[in-house]
Design a protein around this ligand. Structure first.
Ligand code: LLP
Length: 416
């Protein structure tokens, strides 16, 4: 569900015509619907309201300050993975008490900064990292709450690059090591080892992998309780899939209905850290056709957005629906053709969509790449020295530029 729809054959974001935004801000352009963003956060919050979880939006999905601030104002915490995201989290107005920090490679400086800011919880991914946080906490005369990220070894049935809870993945610790840590927690004098964390992967559309992983986690919590070890926080990660094409992902309510009964006996407070579920369908990438090129094999629509703007199709073979911003009227002669929508970058992997049918696509036509609100701009780059796109947030009939388009000067800003 989202708030991008056609009114008189023109694509709108809430009450603003996309065409109007491109006239003002140019292309490629990320456009977000505030309503869609907030609705998705609220859907999860409502579905889980009986247990009042802490919902930490996963900033890696979209770290634009205006997007994060909108969610923070709704009461969300933030899930961070780097010092940069910590910096941005504060700029977005997040409370330190609602920041959870995962990452297999937290540097000393990053850990120290997070400790100084007294963030709520570190999600610890290895023994040396645990020892490091303990040492650095001692140095600062602090006691820090941590959760152990366990790797439950379940198959999430998603793209192999975004699978994180299988034994062969680099994330988390096995249950045996986690058990040793909890049983010997007094050895970590400056840590309150109070939580457990899992995150098994992303774009997961069926509930069985979640159920399997959470059940393993719950069994472990019960085992710890028998050993008189109190687990205060249970972070079940993110990973909820969304609709890109024909998927039928669990709704927030279905997810809660599946998950909550498993957690009935657990006293720990629940933490969720969704990214894509909240931001994915709240954003689109708008691009303009530069040329139509016909070869003996194919017809290409060469557009002004490339893999540097949206890398998901190139990296994961991800499917994004592509819609015309102005849907052609039925009275004119119709020419329906299949196109590969490709960018200007010098790589054959630079495509946004393949073999898609369009009517009367021509130079200067505007296209909307749907479902680009998560892992869109946040994964963009300057490859081929392309300035990164602008971002606009729409709220009803108002629109605000929330990131200006980069200039050529920005490309060399840090070079000496
Ligand atoms: N928590 C942790 C520890 C994570 O590693 C992630 C995502 C999330 C939460 C949020 O997951 P979500 O709810 O968004 O599925 N670039 C890929 C997705 C990578 C996800 C990485 N971790 C993509 O474009 O599909």
């Amino acid at each position: 569900m989202h708030d991008f729809k056609y009114i008189n054959n023109e694509l709108y974001c809430e009450s603003v015509a996309i065409k109007r935004l491109t006239k003002k801000y140019g292309t490629p352009l990320y456009v977000y619907s505030r309503k869609t963003l907030v609705d998705h956060y609220r859907k999860l919050k409502d579905a889980f309201k009986s247990v009042n979880p802490l919902i930490c939006f996963s900033m890696k999905a979209n770290s634009n300050l205006a997007i994060c601030r909108t969610l923070v104002k709704e009461g969300a915490g933030l899930d961070i993975v780097s010092g940069g995201e910590l910096f941005e989290a504060f700029k977005a107005g997040a409370s330190n008490k609602k920041i959870v920090y995962a990452s297999v490679g937290k540097t000393k400086t990053e850990i120290e900064t997070a400790l100084k800011h007294r963030i709520f919880l570190f999600n610890v991914e290895s023994l040396p990292e645990l020892a490091m946080i303990d040492r650095l906490s001692a140095g600062l005369g602090r006691r820090q709450a941590v959760a152990i990220r366990v790797n439950p070894d379940v198959k999430p049935k998603t793209h192999k690059y975004i699978t994180t809870g299988k034994e062969e993945n680099k994330f988390g610790l096995d249950f045996d090591t986690a058990r040793d840590i909890f049983l010997n927690r007094s050895g970590f004098k400056n840590l309150d080892i109070q939580g457990l964390h899992i995150h098994i992967g992303s774009q997961i559309v069926d509930s069985p992998p979640f159920v399997k992983a959470i059940q393993k986690l719950v069994d472990f919590v019960e085992e710890m309780e028998e050993a008189k070890i109190n687990i205060k926080w249970l972070n079940i990660g993110g990973g909820l899939g969304i609709i890109y094409s024909g998927e039928k992902p669990q709704t927030a309510r279905e997810y809660a209905k599946t998950v909550l009964p498993l957690l009935k006996k657990v006293k720990a407070r629940l933490i969720l850290e969704p990214g894509r579920f909240i931001a994915g369908n709240s954003g689109i990438l708008v691009t303009q056709v530069l040329y139509i090129k016909t070869t003996p094999m194919k017809t290409f629509a060469i557009v002004d957005a490339g893999m540097n703007d949206l890398i998901r199709p190139s990296l994961y073979d991800a499917y994004h629906e592509v819609l015309p911003v102005s849907s052609p009227s039925y009275t004119i002669p119709r020419e329906i053709r299949k196109y590969d929508i490709v960018g200007p970058i010098c790589e054959s992997g630079d495509f946004l969509a393949k073999d898609r049918k369009f009517i009367n696509l021509k130079e200067e036509s505007l296209l909307a790449v749907m479902g680009s609100g998560a892992y869109g701009f946040s994964m963009s780059s300057n490859y081929n020295s392309r300035p990164r796109a602008a971002e606009v947030l729409v709220d009803g009939n108002r629109h605000t530029l929330i990131r200006r388009r980069e200039t050529y000067k920005d490309l060399i800003r840090t070079q000496i």
